[in-house]
Design a protein around this ligand. Structure first.
Ligand SMILES: *[C@@H]1O[C@H](CO)[C@@H](O)[C@H](O)[C@H]1NC(C)=O
Ligand SMILES: *[C@@H]1O[C@H](CO)[C@@H](O)[C@H](O)[C@H]1NC(C)=O
Ligand SMILES: *[C@@H]1O[C@H](CO)[C@@H](O)[C@H](O)[C@H]1NC(C)=O
Ligand SMILES: *[C@@H]1O[C@H](CO)[C@@H](O)[C@H](O)[C@H]1NC(C)=O
Ligand SMILES: *[C@@H]1O[C@H](CO)[C@@H](O)[C@H](O)[C@H]1NC(C)=O
Length: 433
């Protein structure tokens, strides 16, 4: 049995968008649309009470990214068995985007963090000691709630399972936090789709302050993730469009299921890496700056199922990280093309310029698909317009294996399709600011 992860949860709130139902020959196939909010956006309860300066916002994202990269990298540390989330070495991950879901009967709304690099689902339960959120899931008010017993097969997939009066319980650490939870099931409602007997963690005790307040919804590839639990309904297929983090009113969306997905969209094969089996890997074969394919040693981009090396697409990291030789090649060519400008640095960005610049394009070349990014996806400009930085960085060199991470800023205003039926990832431009 795989020791996969665990947790789960699900929350819910108001489902904002419509869902489509229709019948195909044998099955009912559904598609569910949910709005995606940026955690600092106007509609988020977590938006900073006072607007941070541009520089401070950047630094905050960069700090969160550092922790996130350690987390992604730690997925491969766990050993031979695949333990996407568990290992007690979790580092802080602060997801950037949140969605509203409902859990229980009658439905209780919650705002959960969306994370495609995670299989976990969990929510703080009423009575939780140490949970920061005032919004909690009250299982006593739900007629469809039940605890899983220690013999349940799912109980073997959680970290540190224990038996608590016959009920399956587990403990795990998450960033600087630790949680103790019961493994439970209830109805999860996403938009208009109901998912009965959804398995998630009901948190009874938490320490530390790095948990997403109202829970986490993992869309990774492990056995307890939303996509695995809804295989019949959604066929491991979903797409999302992330709004720009500076846009006030945004209408990002998460569309679950094969219905209503873009048909003509560029795609590249999805790869599965047994070392980090929750993550969505793709084959990045090169990077073009302007019309020049930069010189990157093949080992910096190679997919390796033994070490876990390769390129992943992630929603929880903000700025793309490339392993050092790849980043240096891109950065040097980028700098070379910006003439007559002095390079400065800001926080973790080492390629910034004062004053206006004319920037070359950047193209990610994946197997079978080139994606040329609009400038807003790779340049970050100060509010006053005086500083512009290349919004990518080298991966920290303490990570245990070579991992390139295509992050959320580089995905904003694109529809990213994870097509589990055909095992491919699609990308199309779409304005969802
Ligand atoms: C889980 O945490 C609880 C509360 O801190 C503790 O009492 C219990 O012994 C822990 N169980 C395991 C398996 O670590
Ligand atoms: C949900 O679990 C209950 C209790 O085990 C079971 O009776 C019911 O059939 C399950 N429903 C579905 C749709 O699997
Ligand atoms: C977890 O299960 C135990 C044993 O059934 C119960 O006493 C406890 O209240 C549950 N915790 C939560 C948060 O539901
Ligand atoms: C956001 O939407 C609200 C209501 O639709 C509108 O009043 C407001 O002007 C919008 N703000 C921006 C910055 O577009
Ligand atoms: C991507 O761009 C490269 C270099 O410009 C070109 O050789 C290749 O054919 C392109 N690939 C696709 C799928 O268009």
């Amino acid at each position: 049995m795989k020791t996969h992860l665990l947790l789960l949860i699900i929350p819910l709130f108001v489902s904002l968008s419509q869902s489509l139902n229709f019948r195909d020959h044998e099955h009912q196939t559904h598609s569910s649309n949910l709005k995606i909010f940026h955690i600092f956006g106007a509609c988020s309860p977590y938006k900073p009470s006072k607007q941070l300066s541009w520089e401070n916002t950047l630094l905050q994202f960069q700090n969160r990214d550092k922790a996130r990269l350690l987390y992604l990298s730690s997925l491969a540390v766990a050993g031979k068995s695949v333990v996407p989330i568990a290992s007690g070495r979790q580092i802080v991950q602060s997801p950037t985007y949140i969605v509203r879901v409902n859990i229980g009967t009658p439905p209780q709304p919650m705002l959960v963090a969306l994370d495609i690099g995670n299989d976990a689902a969990w929510v703080p339960c009423t009575g939780c000691v140490g949970c920061s959120s005032s919004v909690t899931f009250d299982s006593s008010k739900s007629t469809s709630f039940r605890s899983l017993d220690c013999q349940a097969s799912q109980c073997k997939q959680v970290p540190n399972p224990t038996c608590n009066d016959g009920a399956c319980a587990f403990n795990m650490t998450y960033g600087g936090s630790a949680i103790a939870a019961n493994l439970t099931q209830d109805t999860l409602t996403l938009s208009k789709d109901s998912i009965p007997n959804y398995t998630f963690g009901c948190i009874g005790k938490a320490t530390g302050n790095s948990l997403p307040p109202q829970g986490l919804l993992g869309l990774g590839r492990g056995s307890l993730s939303l996509m695995s639990q809804t295989q019949d309904l959604y066929k491991s297929t979903f797409s999302y469009c992330l709004p720009n983090f500076r846009s006030q009113n945004f209408s990002g969306s998460l569309r679950l299921g094969p219905v209503g997905q873009p048909v003509s969209i560029k795609t590249t094969p999805l790869l599965k890496n047994p070392r980090r089996s929750s993550l969505y890997y793709v084959n990045l074969v090169g990077i073009r700056v302007g019309n020049k394919v930069v010189d990157i040693p093949p080992s910096a981009l190679a997919f390796d199922p033994v070490t876990g090396a390769g390129t992943v697409i992630d929603s929880g990291t903000v700025f793309t990280r490339l392993v050092e030789p790849a980043y240096v090649a891109v950065r040097d060519e980028f700098r070379r093309r910006i003439k007559n400008a002095n390079v400065t640095s800001l926080g973790g960005f080492d390629t910034c310029f004062n004053g206006p610049i004319v920037a070359p394009t950047i193209t990610f070349m994946f197997a079978g698909m080139n994606v040329t990014l609009p400038q807003d996806n790779f340049l970050i400009r100060s509010t006053a317009g005086s500083t512009t930085c290349l919004a990518m960085a080298a991966a920290p060199d303490n990570v245990n294996s070579v991992l390139n991470v295509i992050a959320s800023m580089q995905q904003q205003n694109h529809r990213i399709l994870i097509d589990g039926t055909n095992n491919r990832l699609g990308v199309a431009r779409e304005l969802c600011t």
